[in-house]
Design a protein around this ligand. Structure first.
Ligand code: HH2
Length: 257
């Protein structure tokens, strides 16, 4: 899943793709690099981000979704029902929902539209202030299973779960979730992980800025795939796909069974 933020303020690519033509060109470039899905977002959810007005978010995403949808599967990264509906009308077939609450919209859209339920503690404005859990993996898992069961019951056929790396989590919480991805995979729901360029990687890489965290982003993508994760959300598609293919097509097939 390639990341396409059509926002002025996303943490790593904010302001780069606000022009729709440039955004579409970047989306198609990620497809050429091997992305199977392009994730279009019109509201930053980085820590401290302010919410965006619905009409403005729709204005940002709809033309880009419509232009990309004939070429690639498009997901819409939103927390708003109205934006999800407008994006589905424009051709999006996956709702990437960091609020894990939009399954009724997806159920209403009928077959062919999937849903990603992501875990977040709190909301982007305050989520990194004081995240706390007794057992982060168990709590994230049971939250995601409950939401996903509700979505299935409502008629959503395709449901993904995502631990929400960096969304109300300390460095230790993120590392526990990554170390124990098998506990999410064992739910039976396909798992999505988004660690690309995130702050915890900067902390682990000696304070590297967001555009200099490639080795960490790729390492976590390969780790996640090896743990059974079905999709990774990545800014650096060329390097991520290259690493995943190298390991998946050469190393993994050579391993003794
Ligand atoms: N992370 C971000 C946004 N959307 N969706 C899912 N399913 N999983 C994630 O981990 C995830 C996500 C944050 O990254 P980004 O879009 O690059 O930045 P911003 O929120 O500042 O636009």
């Amino acid at each position: 899943m390639g990341v396409l933020n059509v926002t002025p303020d996303s943490f790593s690519d904010g302001g780069r793709w606000t022009d729709p033509e440039r955004a579409v060109a970047h989306g198609l470039a990620m497809v050429a690099e091997g992305a199977d899905v392009v994730d279009v977002g019109g509201e930053s959810t980085r820590p401290g981000a302010e919410p965006v007005d619905e009409a403005e978010e729709r204005r940002r995403v709809v033309p880009v979704v419509a232009a990309l949808a004939p070429h690639v599967r498009v997901s819409i990264d939103t927390r708003k029902a109205g934006v999800a509906e407008a994006a589905i009308d424009a051709g999006a077939s996956l709702v990437n929902d960091v609020s894990a609450s939009l399954w009724p919209v997806v159920a209403g859209a009928g077959p062919g539209v999937g849903w990603v339920a992501m875990h977040m503690q709190g909301d982007p404005r305050s989520m990194q202030a004081d995240p706390h859990y007794a057992d982060v993996v168990a709590e994230v898992r049971s939250f995601l299973v409950a939401r996903s069961d509700a979505a299935r019951t409502a008629g959503v056929d395709e449901v993904w779960v995502d631990p929400g790396i960096g969304f109300g989590k300390t460095l230790e919480h993120n590392l526990s979730l990554l170390a124990r991805l098998g506990e999410l995979v064992s739910t039976g729901f396909p798992v999505l992980v988004g660690a690309s360029r995130k702050a915890f990687l900067g902390a682990l890489l000696g304070g590297a800025p967001a555009d200099d965290r490639l080795e960490g982003s790729v390492a976590v993508a390969v780790w996640a795939a090896d743990a059974g994760v079905g999709m990774v959300r990545a800014h650096d598609v060329h390097a991520t796909v290259g690493a995943l293919r190298l390991v998946g097509e050469h190393v993994a097939v050579s391993a003794p069974s």
